[in-house]
Design a protein around this ligand. Structure first.
Ligand SMILES: [Zn+2]
Length: 339
């Protein structure tokens, strides 16, 4: 078997695609909160809609080139909120990748920022956009904002996509979120979440990002909740993410097998079921977890979405990859100059 359905990245930040190569922060962060303050919260504040567009185009292109046809995105751009989710959806559609977008609501920029974030979720979803309601994290939101976001999601018949206990700063999240969560919620990271947390929803595991942020190993096998795999914005190569998820689990449990992490990868199809109908033809045979876990450099040759060839022999058919890379470089230079 050399074909599989399209891969799903269950937690992405397409806005961070242009972060690579950004200038070093003024101070070296010494904690997870420091990494947020010195890097990600400076970056997201500097984004405008043109940067978001090319960041999403490049991220979607790289997803397609990795055999990923579905992205669950979590977006924030506090100075370019209105319309941002449509810009992301449009970029993904142009490249030929499916997306579930949301805007991460937060009180970091005062109650008006939170209100505008909620409104962007409402606007996008009620205009027919595919996605969820987003919350940044419990520790950057007032309780009232968490409750409003949960109510909006219920009203619109979607789930909530939220960062949960990614670092120790968010350890009170269970108290703030319990009673609000539902099975349709997506709980990203959960590194510092206790085993008996009682929260409902799918837990999203991002092993490379967690290592990079020095927050520890989430060990998602300890939870009863379903688990799915994401990248947290570091590309969308899910075969690579699966390999890392497997060896990370193996590093704490010598009895772990590739089947567990492969099951986490397959759970992505519950989040974007249409990706099951997509077809990826890979450079390797057989595409079996026990082979893939130990075979680096597997790459997609052809990708079909809705029966349409969107990648042929590694080359996208709908867009010009060289042009997207050139435009993304231009926008990255603008973005980095603002930091
Ligand atoms: Zn994230």
């Amino acid at each position: 078997m050399t074909t599989t359905p399209g891969m799903v990245c269950a937690h992405h930040h397409l806005y961070s695609t242009l972060a690579r190569g950004m200038p070093a922060p003024p101070e070296t962060p010494t904690s997870f909160l420091g990494i947020l303050e010195q890097i990600w919260w400076r970056l997201d504040t500097a984004l405008d809609l043109e940067m978001i567009r090319w960041s999403a185009m490049l991220g979607a292109l790289e997803a397609l080139e990795s055999g990923t046809t579905g992205i669950v995105d979590h977006h924030e751009s506090p100075n370019a909120i209105e319309g941002s989710l449509s810009v992301i959806e449009e970029a993904c559609r142009e490249v030929g990748v499916r997306v579930r977008a949301c805007y991460g609501v937060t009180d970091r920029h005062g109650p008006d920022g939170a209100r505008r974030g909620l409104e962007e979720n409402r606007r996008y979803l009620s205009e027919g956009g595919s996605g969820m309601v987003g919350i940044h994290a419990a520790f950057t939101c007032e309780q009232g904002t968490l409750e409003e976001a949960a109510a909006l999601a219920r009203e619109l018949g979607v789930g909530v996509h939220v960062h949960v206990a990614e670092g120790p700063e968010d350890e009170d999240c269970v108290r703030h979120l319990s009673g609000l969560t539902e099975d349709s919620w997506l709980l990203a990271h959960c590194v510092h979440l206790p085993d008996d947390h009682g929260l409902r929803g799918t837990i999203l595991h991002q092993p490379r990002s967690n290592l990079n942020n020095s927050v520890g190993y989430a060990n998602p096998a300890r939870f009863d909740n379903p688990v799915a795999l994401g990248t947290d914005g570091i590309g969308a190569n899910m075969i690579d993410t699966f390999r890392l998820a497997y060896v990370m689990q193996r590093s704490v449990d010598v009895t772990a097998t590739p089947d567990t992490a492969w099951g986490w990868l397959e759970n992505g199809w519950d989040l974007i079921p249409e990706a099951r109908n997509d077809r990826v033809t890979w450079s390797y045979d057989p595409m079996d977890p026990w082979h893939i876990a130990f075979t680096p450099s597997i790459r997609p040759l052809d990708v079909e979405v809705e029966g349409e060839a969107v990648l042929k022999e590694g080359v996208p058919t709908r867009v010009d990859a060289a042009e997207i890379r050139a435009k993304a470089r231009e926008q990255a230079a603008r973005l980095h100059a603002r930091l």
